[in-house]
Design a protein around this ligand. Structure first.
Ligand SMILES: [Zn+2]
Length: 196
């Protein structure tokens, strides 16, 4: 079944993408972080593993040709098209608590709450949230080890195409963050399409 929709700024989404189908994520206005988790739809305890994905890719950045691996050594998705080249593996998702620790603000909309809402219909919860991918987010690391969320490099209509390598549950939080440059200080809508 195909699908093509716009996720508003700060929104969330999830669905099972069948093996061989492509999930396209379009950064409609540019510089919009898209927090992403994925799971083996037939065995939800098998999920994206950031460390193994980085080790196998030999890079902290995700780009064309790189596969997202589970902790059991299986490919969940492969990036078959990418117009940016810098997608984050280490910055994780924003939360009410980390926003308070970092910025001294309470009650912020955040990606972890979005993940929880998107995971609930699949009977997944807090303990199922692992280090996630951040499409279109740029987190450079210096030789000293210094790292920070930097200004995004994506332009309007940049996109990634992810081919499902198994039936995979994909979960998205369209990051509502306004206290760092993850979403250019102005969260914007994205387009998500599933085809093939
Ligand atoms: Zn976020």
């Amino acid at each position: 079944m195909s699908e093509d929709l716009v996720i508003p700024a700060g929104g969330h989404w999830s669905r099972v993408v069948r093996a061989g189908q492509t999930l396209r994520i379009v950064d409609l206005e540019g510089r919009q972080a898209v927090d992403f988790l994925c799971y083996n739809a037939a065995r939800l305890e098998e999920r994206y593993n950031a460390a193994d994905t980085m080790k196998i890719a030999g890079s902290i950045f995700l780009g064309q040709g790189v596969s997202l691996y589970s902790g059991l050594g299986n490919k969940l998705f492969t990036i078959v098209e990418d117009t940016v080249g810098y997608h984050d593996t280490i910055g994780g998702c924003c939360s009410e608590e980390s926003n308070f620790v970092r910025y001294g603000v309470r009650g912020t909309p955040n990606c972890r709450d979005n993940f929880l809402k998107a995971l609930a219909p699949h009977k997944l919860g807090l303990r199922d949230i692992v280090a996630n991918v951040n499409w279109f987010m740029y987190v450079p690391v210096e030789g000293s080890g210094a790292m920070a969320i930097a200004e995004g490099r994506s332009k309007p209509d940049d996109h990634v195409d992810l081919r499902a390598e198994m039936d995979a549950l994909a979960v998205i939080s369209n990051c509502p963050q306004v206290h760092n440059p993850a979403s250019g200080f102005r969260p914007t809508p994205i387009r998500v399409a599933v085809f093939g």
